[in-house]
Design a protein around this ligand. Sequence first.
Ligand code: GSH
Length: 228
Amino acid sequence: MLKFYYSGAPNPMKVALMLEETGLPYEAVPVDTRKGEQHTPEFLAINPNAKVPAIVDGDATVFDSNAILLYLGEKTGKFMPAKGDRLRGELLSWLMFVASGVGPFSGQAVHFRQYAPEKIPYALNRYMFEAQRHYGILEARLAKQKYMVGDAYGIVDMAVWGLARLIPNALGEEYWAKFPNLKRLVDEISARPAAARANELRTKHKFKTEFDDEAKRAMFKHLDVKVA
Ligand SMILES: N[C@@H](CCC(=O)N[C@@H](CS)C(=O)NCC(=O)O)C(=O)O
């Protein structure tokens, strides 16, 4: 059976949503990143980048959330345009845009806003600006069409949902007002039974909640080294 290595964080939740949407049978394997389980040799053999999510599906090992969405979309033939469809290029562009732009910039905005030991105005301004600029691009797209690609709900919407639903925590509560169409999509997806099941999954395993020194040292490896 497909093994899904996960935690309740945004990137694994995109994949949990897709697994629940497709109805594929899977075994959820918790990786408690606050305890450092992402750094065990067993997990590094699955994802050398030491992050969740990852899946092992028979002979195939796939890591990085958007790569997994694409893999599962191709495997099932669901939630994405078929090979040769004119929308395939758009799908790849938006999927990569979310993976390489929205995710990293909003991640850094959260880091400098909530976790950096010093408040560095330059870093805060740059990452808050870039996070908003990226969400603004999604907002403009969703002002013109209901879903990110074509006229059907699919894997890019799931990728967006995983990250954008945390806008209030990541950027601030007031930011929803700037992105009404993004909020419309997030709310629509969150109301789906598959999203409820994905959220419920997190309660099946007990993950550490404290963000203590052990958690910081497991997730922020740069704290222990000086490279600049
Ligand atoms: N590009 C990766 C990023 C994965 C990622 O950042 N995962 C976070 C949870 S959302 C994680 O594992 N954090 C633990 C750590 O950084 O040690 C993806 O899209 O899957």
